[in-house]
Design a protein around this ligand. Sequence first.
Ligand code: SAM
Length: 327
Amino acid sequence: MTDLIDSFSRRINYMRISVTDRCDLRCIYCTDRFDHKLRHDDILRYEEIHLIVQAAARLGVKKLRLTGGEALTRLHLSRLVDMLAHTEGIEEVSLTTNGTHLAQHVEELKAAGLSRVNVSLDSLKPSRFEHITGGGQLKDVLAGIEAAKEADLNPVKINMVVLRGVNDAEVLDFARKTLLDDGWHVRFIEHMPFINGNGRNGTVAVRDIMSSIEHSLGKLEPHFPTSGNGPARYYKLPDAPGTLGFIGAVTECFCAECNRFRLTADGHLRPCLLDDDEIDLKEPLRSGADIAELERLILEAATRKQQQHHLRENGAPEKRQMWQIGG
Ligand code: SAM
């Protein structure tokens, strides 16, 4: 087996797969337009995703995360989970979701082989949640989180994108959730200025989030989770059952440890979230490419992976927004 190692000696063993660009929410920081959706025919079929994953697994990809758009808006997602979880070499299939439809699907997803779930949640206040998401109902997401815990899709991680002047006043409320008996695992994510550079002033640095938590709730003790640790740095408040993670996507560059590729819903392999370079896998697939040819294209993508992103020099992806890539 040839290992998937990029030009900077980083081993790629993780792939995030967007299964749709459609979403039932309209988060203010994620999109400024949801009108140009992909046509049904442009979206990879489950069998096509499976073939790409088989090729990637032969090159050493072991972990997959399904995302979107909103992955649970795609019909029979558990069928895809089942296919991927039973692919030779794949050790884990997880899901990032806004949680609105999680409660009704969690059992079938678990039965199909889903290992874990991350739920995006940016406010604990129903009216603010509705504002941020363009009409979402907080109670649906909370029900989804509870259902995921009951189904033992643990640890259920709650991802909050901290937006200056919008929800930053709730950082302590989220942090307090880690102190409860069934302590939440909360991760604070810096807002990345995707949409034409807008929102650059909206990024709240993780160091500021950390100091406000330490100031009010006590010293953050470093914590080293055994599984599922990506770019986040983890801590715990004293005696907290839950954990706090911090993802400094803008102010802290963690590209040196990057181990991932992204596959867009229309079949483009993206070596870096924050770089527009992509390799089209769908067209070759539909022209009859076999697994060996897919492997060759995936290896080529590794040679094109950038050393690091350029957010701090005002560089941001221009061709696609987050909902079109898969966060
Ligand atoms: N619909 C799913 C969800 O809400 O989790 C998956 C797709 S969504 C694009 C994935 C994640 O990207 C969410 O946690 C969302 O908050 C995050 N996200 C979107 N735009 C972002 C931005 N500009 N900066 C940081 N995170 C962003």
